[in-house]
Design a protein around this ligand. Structure first.
Ligand code: NAD
Length: 250
């Protein structure tokens, strides 16, 4: 059900990415008078109802410039999660911690009141299957990988900024995301099959993983923006685990 909404002037950071594109589409589909701007390091699309800002989140001045006239920010940008022996630590921390810090500061300087940031379900992952965990689960003492370490630090900054200098914040924590435009998960599975690696099983097939439809993840972001209207809102300062319902063996 799409509820009646209040118009906002949105900046979707990472709006040229997989999830960001769906966020843009959902804001547009509401047709409630909202305007859409996209901030991304690349420009892939050229839609006439979107204002584009091409820039790097790590540069404060360009982030600040893009926030002119904006009333709500949805920040989905991050480098992709890669596994392997040499994860790009500086890249992850530069974008997910310093870049996210830039977004927070620029929102505060501009007097923007609503900021929703994409975190990751992995921030509470212990590396073991977790069933029916809620948001009271703590960050584990050691993050499962460097990407997640940077997502935890970024999320902490966002939640600590809630109700500081008029800004209200929350974070959305999807696990795996699937759907139209995915260039990571399903293409990754196909690559494994093409290489014939699917005949190798690691573990006993009882590990669980949640995959959530991208439209549902995007919807969580726009609903969260709507809730950030008052410091007493139950969404303000909160992180939300987003799941599709039933985890699957992975
Ligand atoms: P994506 O790579 O498709 O989109 C990310 C976008 O951010 C890209 O368009 C990229 O150009 C942009 N970006 C990267 N660095 C930037 C920078 N320095 N400045 C400006 N823009 C920059 O990724 P996605 O799958 O859409 O992921 C969106 C968010 O969801 C990310 O925060 C990611 O950590 C989170 N997430 C994704 C998954 C998943 O399965 N895809 C799972 C959990 C969490």
């Amino acid at each position: 059900t799409i509820l009646p909404t209040m118009p906002d002037h949105y900046l979707v950071i990472g709006g040229e990415g997989f999830l960001g594109r769906h966020v843009v589409e959902q804001i547009r589909a509401r047709n409630d008078g909202s305007t859409i701007a996209v901030f991304d390091i690349i420009q892939r699309t050229n839609e006439k109802d979107v204002r584009y800002f091409k820039g790097d989140l790590r540069e404060y001045d360009v982030v600040y410039a893009a926030l002119d006239g904006i009333t709500a920010v949805i920040h989905t940008a991050s480098p992709p999660h890669v596994s392997g022996p040499n994860p790009p630590r500086d890249l992850y921390f530069g974008i997910n911690v310093k870049g996210t810090g830039n977004v927070i500061k620029a929102c505060q300087e501009r007097g923007i009141t609503k900021l929703v940031v994409t975190s990751s379900g992995s921030v509470i992952s212990t590396g073991k299957a977790m069933v029916n965990v809620d948001e009271s689960a703590p960050y584990p003492p050691v993050a499962i990988d460097v990407y997640t370490e940077s997502k935890i630090e970024g999320e902490k900054l966002v939640l600590a900024a809630n109700n500081q200098r008029g800004l209200l914040t929350c974070t959305i924590r999807p696990s795996g995301i699937f759907g139209p435009g995915d260039s990571q998960i399903i293409p990754g599975f196909l690559e494994v099959c093409e290489r014939g690696q699917h005949i190798i099983q690691i573990g006993d097939n009882t590990g669980l993983m949640d995959f959530t439809y991208v439209g549902n993840v995007a919807y969580a972001h726009v609903l969260a923006v709507e809730q950030l209207t008052s410091p007493t809102s139950p969404a303000a300062g909160q992180a939300f685990n987003i799941t599709n319902g039933t985890p699957i063996p992975f």
